[in-house]
Design a binder for this molecule. Structure first.
Ligand code: HAM
Length: 421
């Protein structure tokens, strides 16, 4: 059988790479505009960084690539936040960076999910973490950064869904209420939901199998269990979003697939009709206990991650014009036994920062011109045996179609002059 990429992974080929460069450029530019600094953590961590006590998420329980080396359990990162908080605590960044620490990352993540359009087993995320302040306006600022990126890439059909999970007290009361409610319905729930019942009954509402059953409709609502403090916090987040003109919809069923959230949670989804089930472009929320969990001080954080494959697909669908990166400035053609001289001319051009390629094969003039045309170079330099005897070469401009014969050491000067026309 021919070799293939493993299921759920994909090659990013040269004709797609300009989209990746553009998107990486946009996300990092916006992150820096908002005062974030890049951080790079390992692609794998000790399994315990991700697999925390009593974690109820599918990502941790079902989707991790975990392997053992010398009796040591390691896991390919399924998401970025845990590794960053581990790093934040390990390097005591809370001591050296003035709060909040504003960190961003771009890179591959790995989840053993059922692959389909927009859902891979290896995919790329851009994410941010804002650690050290617990202020509702910061939650809104974090959402605004993601929203700006989506808009910058021409994605218009989007909706911000937002909810609050409240503080510990509110959530604990709600958990108890859910347990009480689901107790007589246990026979209607799937095996996973039996585990969720014990670990985190909130997740039952989000179950792919049970989530649409009638019993969910009458389940208690989290909003009825929020204490005043939690309600007030959420109100302020919403007011700040309004101040920034970011439209939102409160989605009471939004609990998010990861366990570490407290207070604000949000997802930004595509509303395009042709967008598949994987409509979520980015998601995130606040986490009150993560820094402490890794042994750091009591410090709250908030962040999100965008799936870059989904971002690129949607930007493409919405007609964003990605720049074409592969065009040359100059193509060099050789006439006769001049390979060495072609190499020298290319060398001069490259050392002057002209993007340049040329022909080092034995090919007819016609086929070399074809390659030059395909390269879409602005200039074609022709190195001919005859002209070389006088130390000269030909330059043809594809912009104004003029051809000039000049001395080799006037090459750069001539092109620069041309550009100034
Ligand atoms: P998440 O919702 O698991 O959150 O993932 C964030 C985004 O990554 C999703 O909205 C989606 O665009 C993309 N994504 C997730 N799984 C896949 C997949 N299998 N294939 C393609 N794209 C995918 C997190 O990862 C949190 N760490 C976000 C966060 C940061 N929360 C606080 N800080």
């Amino acid at each position: 059988m021919a070799y293939q990429t493993p299921r759920g992974t994909h090659d990013i080929l040269p004709d797609e790479i300009s989209k990746w460069h553009e998107v990486e450029d946009v996300v990092s530019t916006f992150a820096e505009l908002y005062g974030y600094q890049e951080i790079r953590t390992p692609f794998f961590e000790d399994t315990s960084v991700f697999k925390r006590d009593n974690d109820s998420s599918d990502m941790v329980n079902k989707e991790m690539y975990t392997f053992e080396v010398n009796d040591h359990s390691l896991t390919l990162r399924p998401e970025g936040t845990a590794g960053i908080i581990r790093s934040f605590v390990q390097h005591k960044l809370y001591g050296s960076i003035e709060a909040p620490a504003k960190l961003y990352y771009i890179g591959a993540m790995f989840r053993h999910e059922r692959p389909q359009k927009g859902r891979q087993r290896q995919f790329n995320q851009f994410g941010i973490e804002n650690i050290g302040l617990k202020i509702p306006e910061v939650d809104a600022e974090v959402i605004a950064l993601g929203y700006d990126i989506v808009k910058e890439l021409g994605i218009k059909s989007v909706k911000v869904l937002i909810n609050t999970l409240g503080d510990d007290e509110s959530r604990n009361n709600y958990r108890e209420a859910l347990k009480e409610y689901f107790k007589p319905h246990m026979d209607d729930l799937c095996g996973d939901c039996h585990r969720r019942y014990e670990q985190n009954p909130l997740r039952i509402l989000d179950c792919k199998e049970d989530g649409h059953k009638d019993i969910m409709k009458d389940a208690p609502k989290l909003s009825d269990y929020l204490n005043e403090e939690s309600k007030e916090y959420f109100e302020k987040v919403l007011k700040a979003l309004e101040a920034l003109n970011i439209p939102y919809e409160i989605d009471e069923r939004l609990v998010r697939g990861l366990d570490y959230y407290t207070h604000t949670v949000f997802e930004v989804v595509s509303t395009r009709e042709d967008s598949s089930a994987q409509a979520t472009i980015f998601g995130g929320g606040r986490y009150d206990h993560f820094v402490e969990y890794f042994g750091g001080p009591e410090m709250s954080g908030v962040g999100f991650a965008i799936g870059l494959e989904r971002l690129i697909d949607l930007a493409t669908d919405e007609g964003y014009e990605f720049p074409d990166e592969n065009e040359l400035d100059v193509y060099v053609i050789g006439l006769g036994d001049v390979k060495k001289e072609v190499l020298q001319v290319m060398n001069i051009l490259r050392h002057n920062y002209y993007i340049c390629d040329g022909n080092l094969q034995d090919r007819s003039l016609k086929s070399q011109f074809k390659s030059a045309d395909r390269s879409k170079a602005d200039y074609i330099v022709i190195v001919g045996e005859e002209e070389l005897k006088e130390g000269k070469i030909n330059i043809k401009s594809n912009i104004d179609k003029v051809q000039k014969t000049v001395e080799i050491d006037k090459l750069i000067e001539t092109i620069e002059g041309w550009e100034n026309i």
